[in-house]
Design a protein around this ligand. Structure first.
Ligand code: FE2
Ligand code: FE2
Length: 360
Protein backbone atom coordinates (compact mmCIF):
# COMPACT_ATOMS: atom_id res chain seq x y z
CA UNK A 1 0.00 0.00 0.00
CA UNK A 2 1.45 3.39 -0.92
CA UNK A 3 1.76 5.80 1.98
CA UNK A 4 -0.38 8.88 1.36
CA UNK A 5 0.98 12.02 2.95
CA UNK A 6 -1.67 13.83 4.96
CA UNK A 7 -0.44 17.13 3.59
CA UNK A 8 -1.09 16.26 -0.04
CA UNK A 9 -4.38 17.57 -1.38
CA UNK A 10 -6.41 15.16 -3.49
CA UNK A 11 -9.00 16.15 -6.14
CA UNK A 12 -11.70 16.15 -3.46
CA UNK A 13 -9.75 17.77 -0.61
CA UNK A 14 -8.53 21.25 0.12
CA UNK A 15 -5.95 22.00 2.81
CA UNK A 16 -5.83 25.16 4.92
CA UNK A 17 -3.42 26.28 7.63
CA UNK A 18 -5.00 27.78 10.74
CA UNK A 19 -3.09 30.22 12.97
CA UNK A 20 -5.48 30.16 15.93
CA UNK A 21 -4.41 29.36 19.50
CA UNK A 22 -5.88 26.28 21.14
CA UNK A 23 -6.83 26.52 24.81
CA UNK A 24 -6.89 23.96 27.61
CA UNK A 25 -8.86 24.87 30.74
CA UNK A 26 -8.45 22.90 33.96
CA UNK A 27 -11.09 24.88 35.84
CA UNK A 28 -14.17 22.69 35.48
CA UNK A 29 -16.48 25.01 37.40
CA UNK A 30 -19.40 26.34 35.39
CA UNK A 31 -19.77 30.10 35.81
CA UNK A 32 -21.75 31.00 32.73
CA UNK A 33 -25.24 29.80 33.52
CA UNK A 34 -26.61 30.65 30.09
CA UNK A 35 -24.05 28.39 28.43
CA UNK A 36 -24.87 25.57 30.84
CA UNK A 37 -28.53 25.98 29.82
CA UNK A 38 -27.68 25.99 26.13
CA UNK A 39 -25.62 22.81 26.61
CA UNK A 40 -28.46 21.17 28.55
CA UNK A 41 -30.94 22.17 25.85
CA UNK A 42 -28.62 20.81 23.15
CA UNK A 43 -28.26 17.44 24.90
CA UNK A 44 -32.04 17.11 25.21
CA UNK A 45 -32.63 18.06 21.60
CA UNK A 46 -30.30 15.53 19.94
CA UNK A 47 -31.97 13.56 17.15
CA UNK A 48 -30.90 10.69 14.99
CA UNK A 49 -31.05 11.29 11.25
CA UNK A 50 -31.18 7.56 10.57
CA UNK A 51 -34.02 6.78 12.94
CA UNK A 52 -36.12 9.95 13.04
CA UNK A 53 -36.66 10.59 9.34
CA UNK A 54 -38.44 8.52 6.74
CA UNK A 55 -35.80 8.00 4.07
CA UNK A 56 -37.89 5.59 2.04
CA UNK A 57 -39.57 8.39 0.10
CA UNK A 58 -38.74 8.20 -3.61
CA UNK A 59 -37.87 11.49 -5.31
CA UNK A 60 -38.10 12.36 -8.98
CA UNK A 61 -35.02 14.56 -9.60
CA UNK A 62 -36.65 16.16 -12.65
CA UNK A 63 -39.62 17.49 -10.63
CA UNK A 64 -39.28 20.67 -8.59
CA UNK A 65 -39.07 20.09 -4.83
CA UNK A 66 -39.84 23.73 -4.09
CA UNK A 67 -42.35 26.17 -5.43
CA UNK A 68 -40.71 28.30 -8.11
CA UNK A 69 -41.80 31.45 -6.23
CA UNK A 70 -39.13 30.59 -3.64
CA UNK A 71 -36.43 31.89 -5.93
CA UNK A 72 -38.24 34.87 -7.38
CA UNK A 73 -36.95 34.23 -10.91
CA UNK A 74 -40.37 33.55 -12.43
CA UNK A 75 -40.96 37.21 -13.33
CA UNK A 76 -37.88 37.33 -15.57
CA UNK A 77 -38.75 37.37 -19.28
CA UNK A 78 -36.08 34.73 -19.99
CA UNK A 79 -37.86 32.35 -17.60
CA UNK A 80 -41.37 33.26 -18.72
CA UNK A 81 -40.67 32.25 -22.27
CA UNK A 82 -39.59 28.74 -21.23
CA UNK A 83 -41.92 25.79 -21.69
CA UNK A 84 -43.55 24.37 -18.55
CA UNK A 85 -41.18 21.41 -18.46
CA UNK A 86 -38.11 23.63 -18.99
CA UNK A 87 -39.26 25.85 -16.14
CA UNK A 88 -39.67 22.83 -13.90
CA UNK A 89 -36.20 21.61 -14.84
CA UNK A 90 -34.75 25.04 -14.09
CA UNK A 91 -36.48 25.24 -10.68
CA UNK A 92 -35.38 21.68 -9.84
CA UNK A 93 -31.76 22.52 -10.63
CA UNK A 94 -31.82 25.85 -8.77
CA UNK A 95 -33.12 23.96 -5.72
CA UNK A 96 -30.41 21.34 -6.12
CA UNK A 97 -27.77 24.07 -6.38
CA UNK A 98 -29.09 25.66 -3.17
CA UNK A 99 -29.19 22.30 -1.35
CA UNK A 100 -25.60 21.68 -2.47
CA UNK A 101 -24.63 24.98 -0.83
CA UNK A 102 -26.41 23.80 2.34
CA UNK A 103 -24.36 20.58 2.23
CA UNK A 104 -20.98 22.29 1.71
CA UNK A 105 -21.84 25.06 4.17
CA UNK A 106 -22.72 22.46 6.81
CA UNK A 107 -19.31 20.84 6.36
CA UNK A 108 -17.77 24.28 6.93
CA UNK A 109 -19.95 24.66 10.04
CA UNK A 110 -18.82 21.24 11.27
CA UNK A 111 -15.18 22.37 11.08
CA UNK A 112 -15.74 25.82 12.60
CA UNK A 113 -17.67 24.26 15.50
CA UNK A 114 -14.77 21.86 16.09
CA UNK A 115 -12.38 24.84 15.96
CA UNK A 116 -14.50 26.64 18.58
CA UNK A 117 -14.31 23.55 20.79
CA UNK A 118 -10.50 23.76 20.61
CA UNK A 119 -10.16 27.43 21.18
CA UNK A 120 -12.87 28.83 23.46
CA UNK A 121 -11.35 29.53 26.86
CA UNK A 122 -14.24 28.43 29.11
CA UNK A 123 -14.98 24.80 29.94
CA UNK A 124 -18.76 25.22 29.55
CA UNK A 125 -18.24 26.86 26.16
CA UNK A 126 -16.23 23.81 25.06
CA UNK A 127 -19.10 21.55 26.13
CA UNK A 128 -21.57 23.66 24.18
CA UNK A 129 -19.32 23.84 21.08
CA UNK A 130 -19.00 20.05 21.13
CA UNK A 131 -22.79 19.78 20.84
CA UNK A 132 -22.74 22.20 17.92
CA UNK A 133 -20.07 20.03 16.28
CA UNK A 134 -22.35 16.98 16.59
CA UNK A 135 -25.32 19.01 15.32
CA UNK A 136 -23.38 20.07 12.24
CA UNK A 137 -22.20 16.50 11.59
CA UNK A 138 -25.86 15.47 11.54
CA UNK A 139 -26.70 18.35 9.19
CA UNK A 140 -23.99 17.27 6.75
CA UNK A 141 -25.37 13.73 6.99
CA UNK A 142 -28.99 14.68 6.25
CA UNK A 143 -28.25 16.99 3.33
CA UNK A 144 -25.83 14.45 1.86
CA UNK A 145 -28.46 11.73 2.09
CA UNK A 146 -31.13 13.95 0.60
CA UNK A 147 -28.93 15.17 -2.25
CA UNK A 148 -27.98 11.57 -2.92
CA UNK A 149 -31.63 11.00 -3.84
CA UNK A 150 -31.42 13.84 -6.36
CA UNK A 151 -28.24 12.23 -7.75
CA UNK A 152 -26.56 15.59 -8.37
CA UNK A 153 -24.21 17.74 -6.27
CA UNK A 154 -23.24 21.19 -7.46
CA UNK A 155 -19.84 22.61 -6.49
CA UNK A 156 -19.51 25.08 -3.65
CA UNK A 157 -20.04 28.69 -4.73
CA UNK A 158 -16.68 30.51 -4.72
CA UNK A 159 -18.06 33.31 -2.54
CA UNK A 160 -19.31 30.92 0.15
CA UNK A 161 -16.04 28.98 0.05
CA UNK A 162 -13.98 32.14 0.51
CA UNK A 163 -16.14 33.36 3.37
CA UNK A 164 -15.88 30.06 5.22
CA UNK A 165 -12.15 29.75 4.45
CA UNK A 166 -11.56 33.23 5.89
CA UNK A 167 -13.53 32.15 8.96
CA UNK A 168 -11.67 28.85 9.36
CA UNK A 169 -8.27 30.50 9.04
CA UNK A 170 -9.04 33.44 11.35
CA UNK A 171 -6.58 33.98 14.18
CA UNK A 172 -9.12 34.25 17.02
CA UNK A 173 -12.13 32.14 18.00
CA UNK A 174 -14.33 35.26 18.25
CA UNK A 175 -13.78 35.83 14.54
CA UNK A 176 -14.79 32.23 13.88
CA UNK A 177 -17.97 32.71 15.88
CA UNK A 178 -18.69 35.93 13.98
CA UNK A 179 -17.97 34.44 10.57
CA UNK A 180 -19.94 31.25 11.17
CA UNK A 181 -22.49 31.72 13.98
CA UNK A 182 -23.55 35.17 12.81
CA UNK A 183 -22.75 35.70 9.14
CA UNK A 184 -22.87 32.25 7.49
CA UNK A 185 -25.55 30.94 9.87
CA UNK A 186 -27.50 34.16 9.37
CA UNK A 187 -27.52 33.32 5.68
CA UNK A 188 -28.34 29.69 6.39
CA UNK A 189 -31.08 30.35 8.93
CA UNK A 190 -32.96 32.58 6.50
CA UNK A 191 -32.48 30.08 3.65
CA UNK A 192 -33.68 27.17 5.83
CA UNK A 193 -36.65 29.16 7.06
CA UNK A 194 -37.62 30.04 3.50
CA UNK A 195 -37.01 26.49 2.24
CA UNK A 196 -39.25 25.07 4.94
CA UNK A 197 -42.08 27.37 3.84
CA UNK A 198 -41.74 26.64 0.15
CA UNK A 199 -40.82 23.01 -0.25
CA UNK A 200 -43.37 20.57 -1.62
CA UNK A 201 -41.37 17.59 -0.32
CA UNK A 202 -42.41 16.32 3.10
CA UNK A 203 -39.00 14.75 3.79
CA UNK A 204 -37.17 18.00 3.00
CA UNK A 205 -39.59 19.94 5.21
CA UNK A 206 -38.96 17.56 8.10
CA UNK A 207 -35.17 17.71 7.59
CA UNK A 208 -35.26 21.50 7.51
CA UNK A 209 -37.40 21.72 10.64
CA UNK A 210 -35.00 19.49 12.54
CA UNK A 211 -31.99 21.48 11.31
CA UNK A 212 -33.65 24.81 12.16
CA UNK A 213 -34.21 23.69 15.74
CA UNK A 214 -30.47 23.12 16.11
CA UNK A 215 -29.46 26.28 14.23
CA UNK A 216 -31.49 28.53 16.53
CA UNK A 217 -29.18 27.39 19.38
CA UNK A 218 -26.09 28.11 17.28
CA UNK A 219 -27.15 31.69 16.69
CA UNK A 220 -28.04 32.05 20.38
CA UNK A 221 -24.47 31.03 21.32
CA UNK A 222 -23.28 34.18 19.58
CA UNK A 223 -25.42 36.41 21.72
CA UNK A 224 -24.76 34.56 24.98
CA UNK A 225 -21.00 34.24 24.78
CA UNK A 226 -19.46 36.37 22.06
CA UNK A 227 -20.99 39.66 23.26
CA UNK A 228 -19.46 39.31 26.70
CA UNK A 229 -16.03 38.46 25.27
CA UNK A 230 -16.04 41.42 22.86
CA UNK A 231 -17.06 43.79 25.65
CA UNK A 232 -14.08 42.63 27.75
CA UNK A 233 -11.55 42.97 24.90
CA UNK A 234 -8.81 45.57 24.63
CA UNK A 235 -10.15 48.32 22.29
CA UNK A 236 -7.50 47.47 19.64
CA UNK A 237 -8.58 43.83 19.63
CA UNK A 238 -12.23 44.88 19.47
CA UNK A 239 -11.47 46.99 16.40
CA UNK A 240 -9.61 44.06 14.86
CA UNK A 241 -12.69 41.85 15.36
CA UNK A 242 -15.02 44.58 14.05
CA UNK A 243 -12.83 44.89 11.00
CA UNK A 244 -13.03 41.16 10.36
CA UNK A 245 -16.84 41.39 10.61
CA UNK A 246 -16.92 44.31 8.17
CA UNK A 247 -14.69 42.54 5.63
CA UNK A 248 -16.81 39.38 5.84
CA UNK A 249 -20.09 41.31 5.44
CA UNK A 250 -18.67 43.30 2.53
CA UNK A 251 -17.47 40.14 0.78
CA UNK A 252 -20.89 38.57 1.23
CA UNK A 253 -22.72 41.66 -0.01
CA UNK A 254 -20.41 41.95 -3.04
CA UNK A 255 -20.96 38.27 -3.88
CA UNK A 256 -24.70 38.75 -3.87
CA UNK A 257 -24.75 41.81 -6.09
CA UNK A 258 -25.03 44.44 -3.34
CA UNK A 259 -27.43 44.87 -0.44
CA UNK A 260 -30.48 44.90 -2.71
CA UNK A 261 -29.08 42.19 -5.00
CA UNK A 262 -29.28 44.52 -7.99
CA UNK A 263 -25.57 44.92 -8.69
CA UNK A 264 -23.15 42.62 -10.44
CA UNK A 265 -23.09 39.19 -8.82
CA UNK A 266 -19.97 37.16 -8.53
CA UNK A 267 -19.54 34.50 -11.20
CA UNK A 268 -20.58 31.10 -9.91
CA UNK A 269 -19.58 28.18 -12.18
CA UNK A 270 -22.17 25.97 -10.43
CA UNK A 271 -24.98 28.34 -11.35
CA UNK A 272 -23.79 28.40 -14.95
CA UNK A 273 -24.24 24.62 -14.89
CA UNK A 274 -27.79 25.14 -13.59
CA UNK A 275 -28.55 27.39 -16.57
CA UNK A 276 -26.98 24.88 -18.95
CA UNK A 277 -29.13 22.07 -17.50
CA UNK A 278 -32.28 24.06 -18.33
CA UNK A 279 -30.85 25.02 -21.74
CA UNK A 280 -30.79 28.69 -20.83
CA UNK A 281 -28.03 30.74 -22.42
CA UNK A 282 -26.16 32.51 -19.57
CA UNK A 283 -25.92 35.65 -21.71
CA UNK A 284 -29.72 35.70 -22.18
CA UNK A 285 -30.19 35.16 -18.46
CA UNK A 286 -27.87 38.02 -17.52
CA UNK A 287 -29.39 40.28 -20.14
CA UNK A 288 -32.85 39.49 -18.81
CA UNK A 289 -31.75 40.36 -15.27
CA UNK A 290 -30.31 43.69 -16.44
CA UNK A 291 -33.45 44.54 -18.45
CA UNK A 292 -35.71 43.59 -15.56
CA UNK A 293 -33.74 45.86 -13.25
CA UNK A 294 -33.82 48.73 -15.73
CA UNK A 295 -37.58 48.29 -16.06
CA UNK A 296 -37.84 48.53 -12.29
CA UNK A 297 -38.80 44.88 -12.04
CA UNK A 298 -37.23 43.33 -8.98
CA UNK A 299 -36.50 39.71 -8.31
CA UNK A 300 -39.01 39.76 -5.49
CA UNK A 301 -39.15 37.20 -2.74
CA UNK A 302 -42.59 36.07 -1.63
CA UNK A 303 -44.03 37.70 1.51
CA UNK A 304 -43.22 36.08 4.84
CA UNK A 305 -39.63 35.28 3.91
CA UNK A 306 -36.82 36.12 6.30
CA UNK A 307 -34.12 38.43 4.96
CA UNK A 308 -30.78 37.10 6.15
CA UNK A 309 -28.88 40.37 5.99
CA UNK A 310 -31.52 42.71 7.41
CA UNK A 311 -33.23 40.43 9.93
CA UNK A 312 -30.42 38.20 11.18
CA UNK A 313 -26.85 39.04 10.26
CA UNK A 314 -26.54 42.77 10.91
CA UNK A 315 -28.69 42.81 14.09
CA UNK A 316 -26.60 39.89 15.45
CA UNK A 317 -23.35 41.77 14.78
CA UNK A 318 -24.63 45.00 16.32
CA UNK A 319 -25.99 43.18 19.37
CA UNK A 320 -22.61 41.64 20.29
CA UNK A 321 -20.66 44.86 19.74
CA UNK A 322 -18.96 43.69 16.51
CA UNK A 323 -19.94 46.97 14.84
CA UNK A 324 -17.93 49.85 16.29
CA UNK A 325 -18.14 53.61 15.63
CA UNK A 326 -15.13 53.28 13.34
CA UNK A 327 -16.55 50.43 11.29
CA UNK A 328 -19.94 52.16 11.07
CA UNK A 329 -18.10 54.68 8.91
CA UNK A 330 -16.76 51.87 6.73
CA UNK A 331 -20.28 50.42 6.29
CA UNK A 332 -21.59 53.93 5.46
CA UNK A 333 -18.81 54.48 2.88
CA UNK A 334 -19.84 51.21 1.17
CA UNK A 335 -23.55 52.09 1.51
CA UNK A 336 -24.15 48.97 3.55
CA UNK A 337 -26.98 49.73 6.01
CA UNK A 338 -26.42 48.71 9.61
CA UNK A 339 -29.77 47.15 10.53
CA UNK A 340 -30.30 46.92 14.27
CA UNK A 341 -33.79 45.50 14.75
CA UNK A 342 -33.17 42.10 16.36
CA UNK A 343 -36.85 41.15 16.73
CA UNK A 344 -36.85 38.41 14.04
CA UNK A 345 -33.53 37.06 15.31
CA UNK A 346 -34.80 36.97 18.90
CA UNK A 347 -38.06 35.36 17.86
CA UNK A 348 -36.06 32.56 16.23
CA UNK A 349 -33.76 32.14 19.23
CA UNK A 350 -36.66 32.10 21.69
CA UNK A 351 -38.75 29.69 19.69
CA UNK A 352 -38.29 26.09 20.86
CA UNK A 353 -38.51 24.97 17.24
CA UNK A 354 -36.41 27.70 15.58
CA UNK A 355 -39.45 28.27 13.36
CA UNK A 356 -41.35 31.54 13.30
CA UNK A 357 -44.46 32.41 11.37
CA UNK A 358 -45.25 35.88 10.08
CA UNK A 359 -48.56 37.55 9.51
CA UNK A 360 -48.56 37.93 5.73
FE1 FE2 B 1 -25.86 23.41 10.55
FE1 FE2 C 1 -25.16 25.66 12.69
Amino acid sequence: MPVVSHTQPTPTTDLLKAPMEICWNFDYAIDIEKLRNLYAKAKDAQWNAERDLDWDVALDPSRPIVDEAQFGFQALPVIQKLSKSQRETFTAHVACHLLSQFLHGEQGALMTAAALTHAVPDYEAKLYAATQTMDEARHVEVYQRYIDKLALVYPMSPGLKELIDATLTADHWVKIAIGMNMIVEGLALAAFHNMRRQTTCELLRKITENVLRDEARHVAFGSVYVGETIRDMHPDDREDVANFAFEAVKAMVDNQGGVDGRGKRRRDPGFLQVLASAEIDPKDFLQSLVEAQQAGLRVERPPGQVHSFKDLMMPALVRVGAVTDRTRELYAAEQIPVFEDASVLEAMENSATGVIEFEV
